[in-house]
Design a protein around this ligand. Structure first.
Ligand SMILES: Cc1ncc(COP(=O)(O)O)c(C=O)c1O
Length: 355
């Protein structure tokens, strides 16, 4: 608090990102990063962009990321004018709050979901109501049939990993024509159906993607929104009133190459999914209850052990998982899927803790 702060800054509750420990080789299962290096084509593209001298860095990057948008549109079978690009999907989501979700009525999102949503709502002074997940930690779309200024949730949801089928998303979007529905598909490649298939038919649907998870580019900060050109226009109006060059040259080159390597995506996602099933079985054998996950993390609790205490003991062994000190979820741990070797290290440590 300082007398120089604006009122709004005094009222903010900033998002707390997962720890990035300064250790040589932590077992880092706390921020849902990909355990594998990105496609080799990404590295090639970055080297190519830099050239011998880095000459291209003298110049500003393409403000509208034309090549990247074309590659992503081709990958999804849509038009480039249906694609918005931002500095990580967090920035895309922030712009969506300001451009599309700020109306007279409160927006709706689940009580257990990505904790950046309430942060953006406070930043942009968007009123919101939370809608409780069911007892099984699932979203019931009928609970969103109430007046609203917009709806937003991830599919699969975070931190639960639960995914809704496309037909349920369509039922919601079709019934909610008066406001925008934002489906945040950060984890879609690990087992959910994308709602991009619906954007041609529903002008009120915005789908948000990231290269941070399935494409292993969290360090590059590239995210997207897909939707009707009118929605994309709104996001561009905010972008060009905020930062017209959100993506640097290396990020644009890297992300374009990542979208041109579909084989890498399929192989790596399959590996992560196989490790998730293996980890789920091992955790279940130790007595954990694991929410069925369609993401690159699992959400698990042990009926006989305090989750915060488990996380603290793991941390002593340089194993990092995420614990949220919030109602309904404080008995759970969110564990990102690592390599099989990292998952084995975790399981060995947990064996000793819950024995
Ligand atoms: C549901 C969800 N949406 C969006 C993001 C943000 O991803 P990024 O800003 O790296 O694209 C995350 C990151 O963990 C997430 O869990």
């Amino acid at each position: 608090m300082s007398r120089y702060w604006s009122d709004i800054v005094n009222r903010l509750v900033p998002y707390v990102p997962g720890e990035q420990p300064a250790l040589a080789k932590p077992v880092k299962l706390n921020t849902n990063e990909n355990p594998y290096a990105p496609s080799p084509r990404v590295l090639e593209a970055i080297r190519h962009e830099l050239g011998e001298t880095g000459e291209s860095l003298r110049r500003y990057p393409d403000p509208v990321a034309k090549r990247l948008r074309a590659a992503v549109a081709a990958h999804h079978g849509i038009r480039a004018e249906q694609v918005f690009v931002g500095n990580g999907s967090d920035e895309v989501l922030a712009h969506a709050f300001q451009a599309l979700l700020k109306h007279d009525k409160p927006i709706l999102f689940p009580d257990i979901t990505y904790s950046f949503y309430p942060t953006y709502a406070r930043l942009y002074e968007v009123e919101y109501h939370t809608v409780p997940l069911t007892e099984q930690f699932t979203i019931s779309v009928d609970d969103y049939r109430q007046p609203n200024g917009g709806v937003i949730f991830p599919n699969p949801n975070a931190p639960t990993g639960h995914a809704l089928p496309l037909a349920e998303i369509e039922r919601l979007v079709a019934a909610n024509t008066e406001s925008v529905v934002v489906i945040d598909e950060a984890y879609v490649d690990f087992g959910a159906q994308s709602a991009i298939a619906l954007i041609d038919r529903y002008p009120n649907l915005l789908v948000v993607h990231t290269t941070s998870k399935s494409r292993s580019l969290a360090g590059m900060r590239v995210g997207f929104a897909f939707g009707h050109p009118d929605l994309i226009d709104a996001l561009n109006r905010v972008k060009d009133s905020f930062n017209s060059y959100p993506l640097d040259r290396l990020a644009q080159a890297a992300a374009t190459a990542a979208y041109e390597d579909g084989d890498w995506l399929r192989t790596t996602s399959a590996r992560v999914i196989a490790s998730r099933e293996r980890l789920t079985a091992a955790l279940t054998a130790l007595g954990f209850e694991v929410v069925p996950s369609a993401a690159n993390f699992v959400f698990a609790k042990h009926p006989a052990h305090d989750a915060a205490a488990i996380a603290a003991k793991l941390r002593e062994k340089e194993i990092f998982v995420r614990h949220f000190n919030a109602p309904r979820v404080n008995h759970h741990l969110r564990i990102s899927i690592g390599t099989d070797a990292e998952c084995d290290t975790l399981i060995d440590a947990l064996k000793a803790i819950v024995a």
